[in-house]
Write a protein that binds this ligand. Structure first.
Ligand code: F0G
Length: 458
């Protein structure tokens, strides 16, 4: 007998209390935070779906590995365990630990990209884009057209538009493209996967033009499992085999181990080019630390070494993708359109579709995120014009292509009843959609403004 319930493939070994604060306290917290959910204190949030980054539960095997962490400044045993785990999956020769993903990005773009160049990607994540713009280059998003339409069904909505990649190379010239990047899964585009067929096509374009190809590999394991489920010819391969095939196509990657590294902190830059690695290590020593710890404790590297094995276990990945789809189905039942099909790590509510009367310049996704918190203490994050809009000289914003609220699911952390509760909160908010108003931004930073902006309700 094969039972249909896909269970959490773990039992709970240690628990952390959460508590509901009153509606009045939530309203006061919103005022204090300037209606920016990044300004809330953790104990003001009941179910925290702000991010899946660094928020997951460690396994008992990871805690055990921490006890064996080697804190040697140079040549720590933990580093070599970490390096072995990374090379075993990626096959990449040079492994450079960093304290998290954006540090790897900053180092890569500093050594490889110069002012005026263009970096193509399916969709840059906000830190990736900011780090490219910080060195004076352009971050260009070339996802397939389906990837920009929340309701369009495509098995690999994270794929790169190969024609637009070719057109970009023709337009700006090969010498102005330092490298091509692909984000797996495509976080800013809804956590959507990229197919191996598309990765091979990008590789072929890069080969024709002699361009290096890098992955932003944060959620490589979820991407590998989508390939197993959806790409012809991969049903019988293990997630590890598929991941190896993905990495075999690239010259390097940046990684935030806070996602599919199953760790609370950490990341790495891995690549084959020894000269570029040397330049990266020189910068690493300046900004992160010695090359065998790169801003991490020895025990952090051991957590990642074990996490990289656990994340590729099939029982885990099957549960992981199913639990995300479960929440997406509940949101759809409550009448809230979502980015379809559901991505790997998060459900993306389509605020433009739910709140069509609020224009992008009045931040419909911010309004929806605020209401989910006000209603039930659920914290998500706006991925729309607050995060990706471009402020214009006249004070208005050039809108982002989509207005989404991302509900990211921390790994191995919440149970099905937590998610059922979130679904009830979504339904309550959807029921009073007509009364929801937009916001005005009253304070913003010159980059990554969504972290610190303040708002006033209209
Ligand atoms: N690339 C992608 C695709 C990401 O999702 C993130 C982080 C990073 C790079 C940067 O990694 O945080 O370790 O420096 N995403 C988090 C999120 C913050 O909530 O999606 P980092």
């Amino acid at each position: 007998m094969v039972f249909k319930t896909i269970i959490e493939p773990f039992r709970i070994h240690s628990v952390q209390a959460v508590r509901q604060i009153s509606a009045a306290e939530r309203a006061a917290a919103l005022q204090r935070a300037g209606f920016n959910l990044f300004g809330l204190h953790g104990d003001e949030v009941l179910i925290d779906l702000l991010t899946d980054s660094g928020t997951g539960a460690l396994s008992s095997a990871q805690w055990a590995a921490m006890m064996d962490g080697d804190e040697s400044y140079a040549g720590s045993k933990s580093f070599y365990r970490f390096q072995d785990a990374v090379t075993d999956i990626t096959g990449l020769k040079e492994v450079i630990p960093t304290h998290q993903g954006r540090a790897a990005e900053h180092i890569l773009f500093t050594v490889a990209v110069t002012k005026g160049q263009v970096v193509p990607n399916n969709t840059h994540f906000d830190t990736t884009r900011a780090n490219i713009e910080y060195v004076g280059a352009e971050a260009r998003d070339l996802v397939i057209p389906e990837g920009r339409v929340p309701s369009s069904l495509h098995p690999f909505k994270g794929n790169m538009d190969i024609d637009r990649l070719e057109a970009t190379i023709a337009e700006v010239g090969v010498r102005n493209i330092p490298l091509v990047m692909m984000t797996v899964t495509n976080n800013s585009g809804g956590g959507q996967p990229v197919s191996l067929e598309n990765l091979r096509a990008v590789r072929a374009v890069c080969d024709r033009h002699g361009l290096p190809f890098f992955l932003d590999a944060c959620r490589f394991a979820e991407n590998a499992y989508f390939i197993k489920l959806r790409e012809p010819g991969y049903a019988d391969k293990t997630p590890r085999e598929i991941a190896r095939e993905m990495f075999s196509l690239v010259d390097g990657c940046t990684m935030s181990a806070k996602k599919d590294g199953m760790a609370n902190i950490g990341g790495f830059l891995a690549l084959n080019d020894a000269r570029m690695a040397q330049a990266a290590r020189n910068l690493l020593i300046l900004t992160e630390g010695f090359p065998t710890y790169g801003g991490l404790a020895g025990y952090d590297m051991d957590v990642i070494a074990v996490g990289l094995k656990e994340v590729l276990e099939e029982d885990y990945l099957r549960y992981r993708l199913r639990s995300t789809a479960y929440l997406a189905e509940a949101a759809e039942r409550a009448g809230v359109p979502t980015v379809r099909p559901p991505g790997g790590h998060a459900v993306y509510l389509d605020a433009k579709a739910l709140l069509p009367k609020i224009p992008p310049q009045r931040y419909p996704a911010q309004a929806l995120a605020v209401e989910l918190y006000r209603s039930g203490g659920v914290r998500g994050v706006e991925i729309g014009t607050v995060m990706f809009g471009k402020p214009q000289p006249d004070g208005t914003d050039l809108p982002a292509p989509m207005e989404l609220v991302r509900l990211a699911i921390p790994r191995r952390t919440y149970t099905q009843s937590h998610i059922d509760y979130v679904a009830e909160v979504i339904a309550e908010v959807a029921g009073r959609r007509e009364t929801i108003r937009g916001y005005r931004m009253v304070e913003q930073a010159p980059w990554l403004r969504h972290f610190t902006a303040r708002f006033e309700p209209l």
